[in-house]
Design a protein around this ligand. Structure first.
Ligand SMILES: Cc1ncc(COP(=O)(O)O)c(C=O)c1O
Length: 351
């Protein structure tokens, strides 16, 4: 399989002269910054917020590099994974001409972003066990297929995709293969990050929104070969990660131990919650999970969803999603929240 990024890129992106910011053009040491039209007097907040942030977030990338075992030049940071997704569409997919493939049921933004960018979406539905249908996938690929989106562990099913299947896709598809590993920290299976060396068409996405507990800061990560990262950097808005996010993330990244403790606890609680749910007569099936949520098939998803809402508990009703008929998706909560959930589900039985 021959991968040539120039065969994939849109013509306008190949020829793009990116915006050059004041902070891009000046490298070195200075005391007086009169180059970026900032407010030199300061701000109503802590002093340094009057300055534009590092456009390429090198300090954050260096810390992430040590944690993930990837060189900083192989990392792109986005305003959430959603930005990492959207930029790939804008850089690689010609509106009204190219297509991408998703494997539903899966994370909704691959489809929304395709629609925003006027890119045709093809669906290779997962098999009944939520694994890839490789034959269907292969049949959907044509000369205009630019991206295959894989999500592992998958949302909303919670399972990891079989590694050999993902490798088959990587070995045979000459376009980009994106593996969204938003939930990888909760999984028994390894990340595909070490495979970046072998597959120049691979993009691995992760996020600080899940295991790291930083959904409010909006930091998504894409790991890929230098050629793909260079395209990401050309297309992104100049200052896409704000200063306070960069600072807070730098602090948080020192706390790997604390995050690992949370992950262990969440995985333990996931298993406890699964067991408690299984014992309820209204629960027909709890699907095995490698994530921080459970897909749960219940007797009457709509009624239970509404009943829980009345009790002030919000879960995700996935019962209208293909292969998830009758299912609720339930995030693992705190010990007390999980107990409250079970208690309320027990009282539904008595209704
Ligand atoms: C599979 C998957 N990818 C990405 C995201 C979003 O990540 P972020 O908060 O970094 O945009 C989610 C959020 O639910 C998700 O389920």
């Amino acid at each position: 399989m021959n991968f040539d990024i120039n065969n994939l890129l849109r013509e306008n992106i190949k020829n793009l002269v990116p915006y050059s910011s004041a902070r891009d053009e000046f490298k070195g040491h200075a005391n007086i910054f009169l180059d970026a039209n900032e407010n030199s007097l300061g701000s109503p907040l802590t002093k340094w917020y009057n300055r534009y942030p590092d456009p390429l977030q090198w300090k954050v990338k260096e810390k992430l590099s040590a944690i993930k075992g990837v060189a900083p030049e192989h990392i792109f940071l986005g305003n959430g994974s959603d930005e990492c997704i959207d930029i790939l569409y804008r850089a690689f997919c010609n509106p009204g001409k190219d297509n991408v493939i998703i494997c539903p049921p899966t994370y909704g933004m691959y489809e929304v972003s395709a629609n925003i960018n006027d890119v045709e979406l093809r669906r290779a539905r997962l098999l009944d066990d939520f694994q890839l249908d490789l034959i269907h996938l292969e049949n959907l690929v044509d000369a205009n297929t630019k991206i295959i989106w894989l999500c592992s562990p998958n949302n909303p099913s919670g399972n990891a995709l079989n590694r050999e299947d993902v490798e088959t896709v990587l070995n045979n598809f000459p376009g980009l293969v994106v593996i969204d590993e938003a939930y990888i920290n909760f999984s028994r299976y390894r990340s595909f990050i070490p495979e970046l060396q072998e597959y120049p068409n691979l993009v691995v996405m992760q996020t600080l929104s899940k295991a790291w507990g930083l959904a409010g800061l909006r930091l998504g990560m894409a790991f890929a070969g230098k050629a793909i990262i260079e395209i990401y950097n050309r297309v992104k808005p100049p200052y896409n990660i704000n200063q306070s996010t960069q600072e807070l993330v730098l602090k948080a990244l020192d706390e790997v131990g604390q995050v690992n403790d949370m992950i262990k606890l969440i995985v333990q609680m996931r298993e406890g919650l699964a067991l408690a749910l299984t014992k309820l007569p209204l629960v027909e099936k709890v699907y095995p999970s490698d994530a921080n949520f459970l897909l749960v098939k219940v007797a009457d998803a709509g009624a239970i969803y509404n009943y829980l809402l009345e009790k002030g508990i919000v879960v995700r009703n996935r019962s209208k999603v293909e292969l998830c008929e009758g299912c609720l998706r339930i995030t693992v909560g705190t010990e007390k929240e999980n107990k409250d959930l079970i208690k309320n589900l027990e009282s539904f039985i008595g209704n």
